[in-house]
Design a protein around this ligand. Structure first.
Ligand SMILES: Cc1cc2nc3c(=O)[nH]c(=O)nc-3n(C[C@H](O)[C@H](O)[C@H](O)COP(=O)(O)OP(=O)(O)OC[C@H]3O[C@@H](n4cnc5c(N)ncnc54)[C@H](O)[C@@H]3O)c2cc1C
Length: 430
């Protein structure tokens, strides 16, 4: 088969795009370097991923090995607790999944293969091309795939390797955090946070942590500033154990916990490429940009970027590959939407990092106590909760009204509460 296009990387972005395109009758080849570790971050999804799973016909398979996720609880070192439940707005998906990540990636790949996409195990290499094809597969990679002709289009889905952007020396805008994450799976880690499957995010003395219930185990990670991490110990194991023994919000629940996997280390930063497409190529998922994991938008963005490429470009049919102008216009339209997604997630996540969301909550709680019995008060409270929960679910993240409401509350309505600085995730070294 001479493929119409080749995708580099069989993570969630690459396999989702492969499946969507195979569904449309495109001949797709995916390069997979088979470098995936056994333990991978990206275990907690947002509800907005569910429609894509349904479209691919894989939700039942995913549900069979995953933990249903009803919502997220935020605990703050100051003692504040926020509970969010998904689906508080009619018509939005009321749950997500916590997934054993390697299995989820395998399901996406299996589905793409069932639909006709071809996968090859090879670490694809690219080189700069010319004006009509800005980037190309090397001769060795073409040979490894048995290709005599170059595919018309290449998609970069290599994740943080950002293979094409690096080759083309495309710059990127970075966020202001520079953290490191350590995580592992545990048994007997107490998780008294009903309902079952509830994810818990804790704002710690330094940094923050996640607790993601998976079938038979709990995924626990801490995200701390790189300099602070050095004071926790020399190895990744020592640093994670130190956080679990000393952080007040974790140590009680971790007392009997037994680690059942190695500790994995990830650098954690935020980045969006200055350019996500060019003649003969486009970048999808993390290879275009990645958001901070605080609210778990990463896999959604991988799936959504594949869906946007499908909608704006490939829905036009295989003929689109012979029209550079239509391709460029389609990818440009998808990129506008992707930028808006990135900006919207960043804005929402910033409210959690800089403490604003906790001050808004405290304002609301005090206001309710003060005006107990006033008929409108319940409505105001529900309205705020509804919008924040729906933004975190992916349903309202980009909505102008929801974003404006939270920004307005933050800027003009904070009363009788601790200032956001008291609630901020501390970036500095202890
Ligand atoms: C600390 C941390 C916690 C996170 N937690 C969450 C979370 O709870 N929920 C969530 O949704 N997201 C989370 N994320 C983000 C999430 O993991 C990523 O957004 C997601 O994996 C992106 O998918 P992708 O397909 O773009 O890239 P990847 O998952 O990185 O897939 C890229 C694939 O390409 C392969 N590859 C690379 N180069 C080549 C090559 N040259 N040839 C062939 N194959 C190649 C790689 O081996 C890999 O399999 C987290 C991220 C971090 C850092």
């Amino acid at each position: 088969m001479t493929p119409d296009l080749a995708i580099l990387g069989a993570g969630p972005a690459g396999s989702t795009l492969a499946a969507l395109l195979a569904q449309r009758g495109f001949k797709v080849l995916v390069f997979d370097d088979a470098k995936r570790p056994d333990l991978l971050v990206g275990e907690s999804l947002v509800p907005a991923t569910v429609p894509v799973m349904r479209r691919l016909g894989i939700e039942e398979r995913v549900a069979a090995y995953s933990q249903r996720k009803p919502g997220v609880t935020f605990l703050h070192r100051q003692g504040t607790r926020l509970d969010f439940t998904f689906g508080v707005v009619a018509g939005t998906v009321p749950y997500a999944y916590n997934i054993p990540r390697p299995q989820f990636d395998d399901t996406l790949r299996e589905r793409a293969e069932e639909l006709g996409a071809r996968f090859i195990t090879h670490r694809a290499a690219v080189a700069k091309g010319d004006d009509s094809r800005e980037i190309r597969l090397t001769a060795e990679t073409l040979a490894a795939a048995g290709l005599t002709e170059h595919p018309k289009l290449l998609i970069d889905a290599t994740g943080r390797a950002r293979s094409f952007a690096r080759t083309l020396e495309i710059g990127a805008k970075s966020g202001d955090r520079s953290d490191v994450a350590y995580f592992a799976h545990y048994e007997d880690f107490e998780h008294p946070f009903p309902p079952e499957g509830q994810v818990v995010i804790s704002i710690l003395d330094h940094g923050w942590s996640w607790r993601i219930p998976l079938p038979g185990r709990l995924s626990v990670g801490v995200v701390v500033h790189k300099e602070a991490a050095k004071t926790y110990g020399d190895t990744a194991e020592e640093r994670l154990e130190h956080a679990l023994k000393t952080e007040p919000l974790l140590k009680e629940h971790a007392k009997r916990a037994k680690r059942i996997t190695p500790v994995m280390t990830y650098t954690n930063y935020q980045l969006v490429s200055d350019r996500g497409h060019g003649p003969g190529w486009a970048a999808c998922g993390d290879s275009f940009g990645f958001v901070d994991p605080m609210l778990s938008p990463g896999l959604f963005m991988a799936l959504e970027s594949a869906r946007l490429f499908d909608e704006h470009v490939f829905a036009k049919g295989p003929g689109v590959l012979d029209s550079p102008e239509i391709l460029a216009a389609g990818f440009a339209a998808a990129e506008v939407e992707l930028h808006d997604w990135h900006e919207s997630w960043r804005e929402l996540i910033r409210h959690f990092y800089d403490g604003g969301i906790f001050s808004i909550y405290e304002t609301g709680t005090n206001f309710s106590a003060q005006f107990k019995g006033w008929p409108g008060i319940r409505f105001v409270e529900d309205h705020m909760t509804k919008h924040i929960a729906s933004m975190a679910s992916g349903a309202f993240t980009r909505r102008k009204y929801s974003r404006g409401l939270v920004n307005f509350m933050r800027q003009h309505m904070l009363r009788n509460c601790r200032p956001p600085e008291d609630y901020a995730v501390l970036p500095a070294c202890p």
